[in-house]
Write a protein that binds this ligand. Structure first.
Ligand SMILES: NC(=O)c1ccc[n+]([C@@H]2O[C@H](COP(=O)([O-])OP(=O)(O)OC[C@H]3O[C@@H](n4cnc5c(N)ncnc54)[C@H](OP(=O)(O)O)[C@@H]3O)[C@@H](O)[C@H]2O)c1
Length: 359
C-alpha cells in the first residue's frame, strides 16, 4: 500500500489524542501535521496538550515536539504537507462545516468525527463493516464542491456504534421497532474524572443532542444509494434514551427489537458469529478479526473486561433473550473513543485508501 502523510485537526482533544496514539506506528499513515485552536498555535504538541493528556500510553515521541498549527488560519500550510486530514474539533456546527469544506476545497480529503456534515446526503457516513458501498457518493460530492480529490467523509456518533452493528445482520428479518437505552462514558464528552469530578458516583440523564443523533443516524447508515446520494432507511422506528454514567471509556446499550419475521435465538447468534465484511476481507490494519462477539455469560459484556476487545475495535454482545413487549432484548458494548471515534475514523480511512479514494 502507498504511504500517506496525514494531519490531525483537533489533535489536542480527547479524540485527537486517540488519533495520535493510533497513528504512531501505522503501516500506511504518517502524521506530519498537528493542528488545534489559536490557543495552541506555535506550542509544541506536548506543551499544547499539557495536563490534558488522557491516554494510558505516553505522548508519541515522533509527535511531542511537532509545532501545533492553527486549524483555520494555517489551512494552506497544513494542506501543502499532507494527503488528507483526520478532524475532531469542538467548535460551533456552522464553523465546523465551513472548516471541513475549506479543507475539502483545498483538495485535502477530510475524515471527520464531527457531526456538522452527517446529515448531508452526498457525505458518506461510513461504518466500514456495514456500508462501505456508500463511498460512491463521494463522486457526487466532488461535483458539488468542484474538487478533484477533496471530499468529506464522516463517522457516525459514538452512541450508535454498538447497537447498529449488532442489529445490521438482523435486518433481513425486517426490523420494525428498536428501543435503545445507552449508558455513555465521560470520555464521550472529552472529559476524565479529573476534569469532571462531579461525575464520580453520579449519573446524568441528559446528553445534549444525543438522542436525536442516536435515532436518526442509524437510518442513514442503513440507507441506500440512489442517483449518487444516500436515501435513508424509512421502515424502522427507533427510540432512545442516552444517559451519562461514571465510566471512563466504553458506551453500553440495552436494546429491545421487534421484527416482521421473528428469527430464533440460534439464528441470531449464528448471524453474529458469522458476520464478516470488507474490512475483514481486505485485511485492513485496524479491522477486528471478529467484529461481533457474543458472550454466553449472564454478566457480560462488562466495561472493564470487554471494551478493549480486539484493540477496542470489536463489538461485544450479551444477554440475548425474549421480551414480553418486543421480540428480543440484549445488551451491547463498544469502546467510544476507539471504535466509536478515532479508531472508527482510522478504519474508514484505511477502507477509503484501499478503494483508491485517497490517491
Ligand atoms: N469523545 C468522543 O468519544 C467522541 C466521539 C465521537 C465524536 N466526537 C466528536 O469529536 C469532536 C471532538 O471531541 P473531543 O471529545 O475530542 O473534544 P475535546 O477533547 O474538547 O477537544 C476539542 C479539540 O477541538 C479543538 N478546538 C477547539 N476550538 C477550536 C477552534 N476554534 N479551531 C480549531 N480547533 C479547535 C481543541 O483545541 P485546543 O486544545 O487548542 O483548544 C481540541 O483539540 C467533537 O465534534 C465531538 O462531538 C467525540
Amino acid at each position: 500500500m502507498k504511504q500517506f502523510n496525514v494531519g490531525i485537526i483537533g489533535a489536542t482533544g480527547m479524540v485527537g489524542q486517540r488519533f495520535a496514539t493510533l497513528l504512531e506506528n501505522h503501516p500506511w499513515f504518517k502524521v506530519k501535521v498537528l493542528a488545534a485552536s489559536p490557543r495552541s498555535k506555535g506550542k509544541t504538541y506536548e506543551e499544547a496538550v499539557g495536563s490534558r493528556w488522557a491516554m494510558d500510553v505516553p505522548i508519541p515521541e515522533s509527535m511531542k515536539n511537532l509545532i501545533v498549527y492553527d486549524a483555520t488560519a494555517d489551512i494552506k500550510e497544513i494542506t501543502s504537507q499532507v494527503d488528507f486530514v483526520f478532524c475532531a474539533v469542538d467548535m460551533k456546527k456552522d464553523e465546523i462545516k465551513a472548516l471541513e469544506e475549506a479543507y475539502a476545497k483545498a483538495e485535502c480529503p477530510v475524515i471527520s468525527n464531527n457531526s456538522a456534515n452527517r446529515g448531508v446526503d452526498d457525505v458518506p457516513m461510513i461504518v466500514p463493516e456495514i456500508n462501505a458501498d456508500h463511498a460512491v457518493v463521494i463522486e457526487t460530492q466532488r461535483k458539488r464542491l468542484g474538487t478533484k480529490r477533496g471530499f468529506i467523509a464522516v463517522k457516525s456518533n459514538c452512541s450508535i456504534q454498538s447497537y447498529v452493528p449488532a442489529l445490521t445482520p438482523l435486518r433481513k428479518f425486517g426490523i420494525t421497532n428498536v428501543l435503545a437505552c445507552t449508558y455513555q462514558a465521560i470520555s464521550g464528552a472529552g472529559k476524565t474524572f479529573e476534569t469532571w469530578p462531579e461525575m464520580v458516583d453520579n449519573i446524568i440523564p441528559y446528553i445534549g443532542g444525543e438522542e436525536e443523533k442516536s435515532e436518526k443516524e442509524p437510518l442513514k447508515v442503513w440507507g441506500k444509494v440512489v442517483d449518487g446520494k444516500i436515501v435513508n432507511e424509512s421502515d424502522i422506528s427507533i427510540t432512545t434514551q442516552c444517559i451519562r454514567v461514571p465510566v471512563s471509556n466504553g458506551h453500553t446499550a440495552a436494546v429491545f427489537v421487534s421484527f416482521k419475521n421473528k428469527p430464533s435465538i440460534e439464528e441470531i447468534k449464528k448471524l453474529w458469529a458469522e458476520y464478516k465484511a470488507e474490512p475483514q476481507e481486505l485485511g485492513l490494519p485496524l479491522a477486528p478479526k471478529q467484529f461481533l462477539n457474543y458472550f454466553e455469560e449472564d454478566n457480560r459484556p462488562q466495561i472493564k473486561l470487554d471494551r478493549d476487545l480486539e484493540r477496542g475495535m470489536a463489538i461485544s454482545i450479551g444477554r440475548l433473550r425474549e421480551d414480553s413487549q418486543y421480540d428480543y432484548k440484549f445488551v451491547c458494548l463498544s469502546h467510544n473513543t476507539l471504535r466509536g471515534a478515532a479508531g472508527g475514523g482510522v478504519l474508514m480511512a484505511e477502507l477509503l485508501a484501499a478503494k483508491g479514494y485517497l490517491d
